[in-house]
Design a protein around this ligand. Structure first.
Ligand code: FEO
Ligand code: CA
Ligand code: CA
Ligand code: CA
Length: 678
């Protein structure tokens, strides 16, 4: 997708093109190159008709049998479980939707900046100087494009803790002076020098930052002993591969003949937080960092095609051989994992947990079952990809953290197939079972996890409309999958769980395990909401009629549950789609009569997507990650052109001449100090 950088130069400031930021944004899969790579995603027309017919019958049956229908929302197609009780509902005054240079929050709330790209994390870190940035400085400063956020309390406090933050990717033309002008169609990576590439690598990865609330105001603590940067810089942040793929021949490289140690993590998008206080950081669009070509006839050829390697988005391979697959063909296999990091121990070695499979991980969100086993839900964020689950063999022990720290190495990985009758199956990705045999290229469980997508294809998993966050509600045990969009789904490819062709605005699927048993092989499911503007009939949005003109959203991406178990949804792509509204945060009712009602709470400055919503345990603080402010500003009529370092659509959050826009962490509190959203 990086070749679209050329379009930036070529098409100048025209309104029609996708910004090259969009094409380089690892998650922004609207670019022409990204057609989805799943060859299995083509049900027949007969399948579709059967599916829809069966679905309708289930609905009619459910409506016929009882008064259940009176309490189910219009979207409750599954209708196989009892009516839900009303739950605490959102009581805040709604924010007006719109788009401008600033962020906005609902009346009665405050939204303050906590930490920004370039802020010094250590005593010896230089102050941020965007005209003279260096890799050495960036290694000691907060990274770029904050995505996932975890809040890890210190001494159980909701006013003192650690943030674990992913830094997903970099936007060079907003970060570096003069770069936009160097981007040409002939060589979109012409801007790249060794120093700029090394800054990019230092700006990727993650940060651990201590934060504290004093006199009602949050601030980050410079030089906290907990502060840490995890980066992709040369020789930085060794990580241990654990689980079935560790040490396997496909994981070995010249620099690591044992196949057990990787330097750094790539394109970490969302993630999760374990009950034992670790940060799960999910490697997503890892293909974009590799360049070159595999040697003729190389054994990885088919697998790399399925994973989109090489993506050619970055010039790292020019200066660092391991990103050139002609020189180091196994290196891509060492990325695309869920990384577990202990934020409380800055000396700890992050672990890449290969038992959880390798794909374009959006997230890994755990829930503890009654018997102590832990289930994790994961999305593979690309068009026509799958939803996965991992269930640990061992049990979580609140009194034995050391034992918990190896729980994610043993268990069963499975992938979801959605049936049109409102049931779904979890299909085990276990070597030797079903088609996952040597005859099909799976000689061991290592092959299954390294090529999880290919294994899932063979099992007949359901290709979804880009699974982003997939998160269990800790109060109800129901799981919510944010399916952000898929404009490449054709009419003949729709199915019950992905019911719209040309799905520009996405939808949310709700899954229910039987009796809270997350190890079960069969669940039920239904669609919570189809997103988009409900006032345009062709869009097919299904928000409740109580949703206002400000309350609807498109492109659900991340989500969070507050202490009451209420769902909050953050979005990515509304301004790109010309909806006249920024991305932001919406409160989404899932229970009782109000189910399907959404309310606007926070909105980003122009061009930003909203990531990482996370509440403190007391629900009095809500941390948000504002990513890539000033991206996609050509779609904003008030600016009408692409942004550059020199000429950005917004200089959020500093609004100082010469200061570029800075991805930042925001904290929302209530002016009266109360709980959020009530
Ligand atoms: Fe990085 Fe799926 O968003
Ligand atoms: Ca996204
Ligand atoms: Ca993102
Ligand atoms: Ca995302």
């Amino acid at each position: 997708m990086r070749f679209d950088l050329g379009a930036y130069h070529d098409r100048g400031m025209e309104m029609t093109r996708k910004t090259h930021l969009e094409t380089t944004r690892a998650h922004a899969l609207e670019a022409a190159e990204d057609i989805g790579r799943n060859p299995m995603a083509s049900p027949t027309m007969g399948d579709v008709i059967n599916a829809r017919f069966a679905r309708r019958r289930v609905l009619q049956g459910a409506l016929a049998v009882s008064a259940i229908s009176a309490t189910l929302g219009p979207l409750a197609l599954g209708a196989s479980r009892p009516a839900r009780a009303a739950a605490p509902s959102f009581g805040f005054a709604e924010l007006a939707a719109g788009v401008d240079e600033r962020h906005h929050v609902a009346p009665g709330y405050r939204a303050a900046i906590v930490v920004r790209w370039g802020d010094p994390l250590f005593a010896d870190a230089p102050e941020f100087d965007p005209m003279n940035q260096t890799a050495a400085a960036q290694l000691r400063q907060f990274g770029y494009n904050n995505d996932f956020l975890g809040y890890f309390p210190l001494d159980g406090s909701s006013e003192h803790g650690l943030l674990g933050v992913n830094h997903e990717y970099t936007n060079e033309e907003l970060m570096f002076p003069g770069v936009a002008a160097q981007i040409t169609k002939e060589d979109p990576l012409a801007y790249a020098t060794r120093e700029l590439v090394d800054i990019e690598m230092a700006a990727h990865g993650g940060s651990v930052v201590e934060v504290v609330r004093e006199n009602g105001q949050w601030r980050y603590v410079r030089d906290s002993p907990y502060n840490r940067r995890v980066t992709m810089a040369e020789g930085h942040t060794p990580m241990e591969l654990t689980g079935p793929a560790a040490g396997h021949a496909r994981m070995r490289t010249g620099a690591d003949p044992e196949g057990r140690t990787v330097f750094g993590m790539l394109n970490n998008c969302a993630g999760g937080q374990t009950p034992w206080g670790t940060w799960l950081s999910a490697e997503e669009n890892i293909h974009g960092y590799f360049t070159g070509a595999l040697p003729e006839g190389h054994a990885e050829t088919v697998a790399f095609e399925r994973y989109g390697v090489p993506g050619d988005w970055y010039a790292w391979g020019k200066f660092h051989d391991r990103f050139d697959i002609s020189k180091e063909p196994n290196e891509p296999n060492r990325f695309g994992w869920v990384v577990e990091i202990d934020p409380y121990d800055p000396q700890s070695t992050p672990k890449k947990r290969t038992a959880l499979g390798r794909f374009k991980h959006e997230c890994a969100t755990p829930i503890v079952m009654a018997d102590g086993r832990v289930a994790l839900y994961m999305g593979d964020d690309e068009r026509f990809e799958y939803i996965y689950k991992f269930v640990t063999s061992g049990r979580y022990d609140p009194d034995d953290r050391t034992a918990n720290l190896t729980l994610l190495d043993e268990g069963e990985l499975s992938v979801a197939r959605f049936n049109p009758d409102g049931t779904m199956e979890w299909l085990p990705l276990v070597h030797g079972q079903g088609p996952l045999t040597e005859a099909n290229g799976f000689a061991s469980q290592a092959d299954v996890v390294i090529g999880a997508r290919i294994a899932a294809d063979l099992l007949g998993a359901t290709p979804m409309d880009r699974p982003e966050d997939v998160e269990p509600n800790p109060k109800t045990g129901r799981i919510y999958a944010m399916l952000t969009n898929n404009t490449r789904r054709k009419a003949e490819q729709v199915d019950a769980a992905n019911p719209r062709a040309d799905n520009a605005f996405g939808h949310i699927v709700e899954m229910t395990p039987p009796d809270g048993d997350h190890s079960a092989g069969t669940y039920t499911w239904e669609i919570l909401v189809q997103c988009g503007d409900p006032s345009i009939a062709d869009v097919g949005a299904t928000f409740s009629s109580a949703t206002t003109k400000d309350g609807w959203f498109g492109m659900p991406d991340n989500c969070a549950f507050d202490g009451e178990g209420r769902l909050w949804v953050s979005t990515d792509g509304n301004s790109d789609a010309g909806t006249g509204r920024s991305d932001g945060l919406w409160a989404m009712e899932t229970e009782g009569e109000a189910r399907g009602t959404s309310k606007h709470f926070f909105r980003c400055p122009v061009g930003a997507e909203l990531c990482g919503p996370v509440f403190t345990a007391d629900d009095r603080s809500l941390f948000l990650a504002v990513q890539h402010p000033s991206d996609d500003t050509d779609a904003w009529a008030a600016f009408g052109r692409l942004s550059t370092f020199e000429d950005p659509g917004t200089r959020w959050p500093d609004f100082q001449d010469g200061m570029p826009p800075r991805p930042s962490i925001v904290v929302v509190t209530k002016e009266d100090g109360g709980t959020i959203g009530s």
